[in-house]
Design a protein around this ligand. Structure first.
Ligand SMILES: [Zn+2]
Length: 257
């Protein structure tokens, strides 16, 4: 039984404060808010939808099935170093499960468990949309790779002590409007205290893939920072997290998660 909404909000800190890539955090938020479109959720909205699991086709697809009962998910957990006793402790709902897993596992293991969940979900989507997914071993390997890449990146950030403390963070977002044959890109800049110091949004008259639009939005964020004369900005978005901290926005890595 889902917890009342107010109660759920308390979980938000537990989701957003984790040391995982932004995409894993936003996935966890969706997970805890029952926002993942499992077949059984879709069926509740539209009885004509078949709630059978698109991957194994052997059971109704709900969160418990997707993340724990589905055979390839169980194999992936078994191949990971995460304790099945803790992982399989599903009592009533996904929020209690999330709370118990993040409480009982130490941070690195908890992060691995949540990242693995997201990989299981992405793999399920690959089955659904592309009719083919990865093996449990590949899923576990990808989970480790994503986290080690993220860790390396976080370390490189923490070690750049020469960097001035003050930096400006620009968040970007893109959206496609198929009916208008165009896309929208928006950026918002905040100072190190989190105060909004500028924003911009515009309609782009092109039709492109969501990834392309996200990249356009990222470019818009960089251009905005440049126009404003900010020479040290952090660019962050849902699709890509890019850090530019050299003078004039030159050099520094762009990371994709
Ligand atoms: Zn299944």
């Amino acid at each position: 039984m889902p917890l009342p909404r107010l109660h759920r909000i308390r979980e938000i800190g537990a989701v957003w404060n984790r040391n995982t890539p932004p995409k894993v955090r936003s996935f966890c938020w969706k997970l805890c808010n029952y926002a993942l479109p499992t077949m059984s959720k879709l069926e509740r909205r539209n009885p004509e939808v078949d709630d059978v699991c698109p991957v194994c086709k052997a059971a109704s697809e709900d969160l418990l099935h997707t993340f724990l009962l589905y055979p390839a998910a169980r194999q992936a957990w078994a191949l990971s170093d995460l304790p099945w006793m803790v992982i399989s402790d599903w009592k009533n709902d996904v929020e209690s499960w999330f709370r118990s897993v993040t409480k009982k596992l130490d941070s690195p293991k908890g992060d691995r468990a949540l990242t693995l969940c997201r990989q299981l979900w992405l793999n399920r989507n690959r089955w659904l949309w592309k009719n083919g997914g990865s093996s449990p071993l590949e899923i576990v390997a990808r989970t480790r790779w994503i986290l080690s890449d993220f860790e390396e990146y976080s370390c490189s950030l923490n070690n750049s002590v020469a960097a001035p403390r003050v930096s400006i963070k620009i968040n970007f977002d893109g959206a496609t409007f198929a009916d208008l044959n165009s896309a929208g890109v928006g950026v918002i800049a905040r100072n190190s205290d989190g105060v909004c110091i500028g924003w911009r949004k515009r309609l782009v008259p092109i039709r492109a893939s969501p990834e392309h639009i996200e990249l356009l939005a990222a470019a818009e964020a960089v251009a905005f920072g440049k126009e404003m004369g900010w020479n040290r900005i952090i660019v962050e978005g849902d699709c890509l997290l890019a850090i530019f901290q050299a003078e004039g926005l030159r050099g520094r890595p762009v990371h994709f998660w």
